[in-house]
Write a protein that binds this ligand. Structure first.
Ligand SMILES: Cc1cc2nc3c(=O)[nH]c(=O)nc-3n(C[C@H](O)[C@H](O)[C@H](O)COP(=O)(O)OP(=O)(O)OC[C@H]3O[C@@H](n4cnc5c(N)ncnc54)[C@H](O)[C@@H]3O)c2cc1C
Length: 540
C-alpha cells in the first residue's frame, strides 16, 4: 500500500478517489482496511506523519470554556498515522442492550436501531482489535477457559451484575494493544493510498450544499491542494469531526450539515474516577467480583478485567444512567512486591539480599500466584499499597454541552474548537448511587468493607479531577429523524449526499463501555454500506 507525504506529491498529479477517508485512527483505518482489494480507489488522508511532530500537535489546540479538561491534547488524542491507537490502553467492551433504548428518564436517548443490528459487526471488530470474538462473561465460552470460577452467589443481581472488559492484543507483540498505524502499514492492498501530513481544512459541497465534491488539504509546508471525491468519510475524532463540519461554511455560513444547529452539541465523555478503597491486603478476597483473568484466544492468552455494572432494571427504577465499577491494581504495586523481586533475582540483577527477603516474607502471595497463574489462568496477586474502587459512568446527552468555533485560528486559518463541556446532576447521582450500593451490598454480605471517598459521604459535588478521558462522543449524533441528529442510521450526514461520519461523534448516547470497539464495529458496518455502493454503481 503506497504511503506518501503530501509534500512529495507533484502539483501536476490530480488527487481524486472513489472514497476519501479523513483520519487514520481506529475508525478511518478500519474502513480503509475493509475496502482493501475492492475495485474502488481509496485515499486515506492523515493530518499527521509517521512520528509525533510539534507543529502538527498544535493543530489540536482547544479553547476551553466549560468544565476543566485535560489541556495537554497529546494525552487525549494523537495526530499521526494510526491516530490515538498509538497511545490507547486497549480496553474494549460492547454496549449493553439498554444503551440503545430510548429511555424516558434520559432525554435525547435512543439509537435508530437495536443492539442486534451491531452484533455481527462487533464480532468482526474482534479480529481488527486483537480480541476473542463472542465471549460473554456469564457464558461457558468465558468460564471454561477461566476454569469455571464464576462469580460467587451473593451480590443482589437485581442491583448489580457482573461485567467484563477485554484488552486488545497485538498479534505481532510489538505493542501491547493493536496500533492501527501498523495494521495499515502491513496492508498490501494496491487500491489504498495513504497521504500523510495532509490536514483537511474544508469540506466542499455543491452549490446547494446537498452533495460533497472535494476537500481542501494543507501540507506541513502550508501548500494547499484539493482532493476530489463524491464520497467522503470524516473519521477525524470526536472533536475534529464537528470542528470540520462547522468550519466548512462556504455554502452555509452555519457549516455543513448544520441547518438544524445540532453539529457540535451533545458533547459527552465518560466520568471515570475513584469512589472508594479497600484494604489492599484483602485484594484476594475480592477476586470473585474484581480482578484480571486470561482466556485463550487465536493469538495466545488474552487479558480480561472483571467488574460490576448497574442492573438495567435498577437504572429504570431509579432514573439512573449506566455505569460500572472495577478495581485498579497496577498503579499501586508496593515496592516490596515479591513478583518484582523474583523477576530481578531471575535476571541476576543486584539487590539480591533485599529481593530474597521480599520473596521470603510474602510466600503466601507466591503460592497463591502460582495456583492462580497456572491453574486458574488469572493474574498474579500483587502486593499493593492501595486498592481503589473506580467507576466509569455514562453522561446524559445535553445539547448545551458543546463544541463551537473559537475566534482564534490554527496556522492554516481554521478556527480552534471552543469546548463547553458540561457535567449534570444525573451523572453525579448515578456515581453516588453506585458507590452507596456497593457499600451496602458488601456490608450486607460481610465482605471486605468499602471506604467511600469523602465527597460521596459528605454529598459534595463531583471533584474537578473527574476530567475528560479521551472519549469525546455525540457531537455529530445519529438519528432517524433529521430534526434530532446530524447523521442518519447509515452515518451519512442528513441532507448531504456522499458525506459520511465515523467515530464516537455519531453515538447518540455513550453507555459506560470504552468507545473503541463500538467505533470499529460501526466503521465496519459503514464500510459494508460503501461496498454496496460500488456494487450498485457497477450494476448501473
Ligand atoms: C491514553 C489513552 C488511552 C485510551 N484508552 C482507551 C481504551 O482503553 N479503550 C478505548 O476504547 N479507548 C481508549 N482510548 C480512546 C481511543 O483511543 C479512541 O476511542 C479512538 O482512538 C478513537 O478513534 P478515531 O479513529 O475515532 O479517532 P482518533 O484515533 O483520534 O483518530 C483521528 C485521526 O484523524 C486525524 N485527523 C484529525 N483531524 C484531521 C484533519 N483535519 N485532517 C486529516 N486528519 C485529521 C488525526 O491525526 C488522527 O489520526 C484512549 C485514548 C487515550 C488518549
Amino acid at each position: 500500500m503506497p504511503v506518501r507525504d503530501l509534500r512529495a506529491i507533484s502539483s501536476d498529479e490530480r488527487l481524486e478517489a472513489d472514497f476519501c477517508i479523513v483520519g487514520s485512527g481506529p475508525a478511518g483505518a478500519a474502513i480503509a482496511l475493509e475496502l482493501a482489494r475492492t475495485k474502488a480507489k481509496v485515499l486515506l488522508v492523515e493530518s499527521g506523519g509517521l512520528k509525533r511532530d510539534a507543529a502538527t500537535d498544535a493543530l489540536n489546540e482547544i479553547e476551553n470554556v466549560g468544565r476543566p479538561r485535560v489541556m495537554d491534547q497529546w494525552l487525549v488524542r494523537n495526530r499521526m498515522l494510526g491516530g490515538t491507537s498509538n497511545t490507547w490502553a486497549g480496553r474494549c467492551a460492547a454496549f449493553d442492550d439498554i444503551d440503545y433504548e430510548s429511555r424516558d428518564w434520559v432525554p435525547h436517548s435512543g439509537w435508530p436501531f437495536k443492539a442486534d443490528e451491531l452484533t455481527p459487526y462487533l464480532s468482526r471488530s474482534a479480529s481488527r482489535l486483537g480480541l476473542v470474538a463472542n465471549i460473554g462473561h456469564m457464558s461457558r465460552s468465558f468460564w471454561n477457559p477461566a476454569r469455571e470460577r464464576g462469580s460467587k452467589p451473593g451480590i443482589d443481581e437485581r442491583l448489580l451484575s457482573s461485567c467484563l472488559w477485554q484488552f486488545s492484543r497485538d498479534a505481532s507483540n510489538r505493542n501491547v494493544s493493536v496500533n492501527f498505524a501498523e495494521s495499515l502499514s502491513s496492508s498490501e492492498a494496491d487500491n489504498l493510498d495513504v497521504i500523510l501530513n495532509a490536514t483537511v481544512t474544508h469540506v466542499n459541497a455543491n452549490q446547494a450544499g446537498t452533495a460533497v465534491e472535494s476537500i481542501d488539504v494543507r501540507g506541513l509546508d502550508g501548500e494547499a491542494r484539493k482532493i476530489s471525491s463524491r464520497c467522503i468519510v470524516l473519521s477525524a475524532g470526536g472533536i475534529e469531526n464537528a470542528r470540520l463540519l462547522l468550519a466548512s461554511n462556504s455554502v452555509h455560513s452555519c457549516g455543513l450539515g448544520n441547518q438544524r444547529n445540532l453539529v457540535g452539541r451533545f458533547l459527552m465523555d465518560h466520568l471515570k474516577g475513584t469512589i472508594g478503597s479497600f484494604d489492599p491486603r484483602k485484594a484476594q478476597a475480592l477476586r470473585s467480583w474484581f480482578g484480571q483473568y486470561f482466556i485463550k484466544g487465536p493469538i495466545g492468552n488474552h487479558r480480561t478485567l472483571r467488574g460490576l455494572r448497574l442492573n438495567p432494571e435498577y437504572q429504570r427504577a431509579e432514573n439512573l444512567l449506566n455505569g460500572a465499577v472495577f478495581t485498579e491494581e497496577y498503579e499501586f504495586i508496593a515496592p516490596d512486591d515479591p513478583w518484582i523481586a523474583m523477576k530481578r533475582l531471575l535476571r541476576g540483577k543486584p539487590r539480591a539480599l533485599r529481593d530474597a527477603v521480599n520473596v521470603g516474607s510474602n510466600l503466601h502471595l507466591v503460592g497463591q500466584g502460582l495456583f492462580q497463574y497456572l491453574v486458574e489462568k488469572s493474574s498474579l496477586p500483587r502486593k499493593l499499597e492501595k486498592l481503589e474502587l473506580r467507576c466509569i459512568v455514562e453522561q446524559r446527552p445535553d445539547p448545551a454541552s458543546r463544541v463551537t468555533l473559537s475566534t482564534r485560528t490554527d496556522r492554516f486559518g481554521v478556527p480552534l474548537s471552543r469546548i463547553d463541556w458540561k457535567v449534570n446532576e444525573q451523572e453525579q447521582r448515578t456515581i453516588k448511587a453506585i458507590a452507596t450500593l456497593m457499600k451496602t451490598e458488601f456490608e450486607r454480605l460481610q465482605i471486605e468493607p468499602l471506604l467511600l471517598e469523602g465527597w460521596i459521604t459528605e454529598n459534595q459535588n463531583l471533584p474537578e479531577y473527574f476530567q475528560d478521558i479521551a472519549h469525546p462522543t455525540g457531537t455529530t449524533r445519529m438519528s432517524a429523524d433529521p430534526a434530532s441528529g446530524v447523521v442518519d442510521a447509515h452515518c451519512q450526514v442528513h441532507g448531504v449526499h456522499g458525506l459520511f461520519i465515523a467515530g464516537s461523534s455519531v453515538f447518540p448516547t455513550s453507555g459506560h463501555a470504552n468507545p473503541t470497539q463500538m467505533i470499529v464495529a460501526l466503521a465496519i458496518r459503514l464500510a459494508d454500506t460503501l461496498k454496496s455502493r460500488i456494487v450498485n454503481s457497477q450494476a448501473a
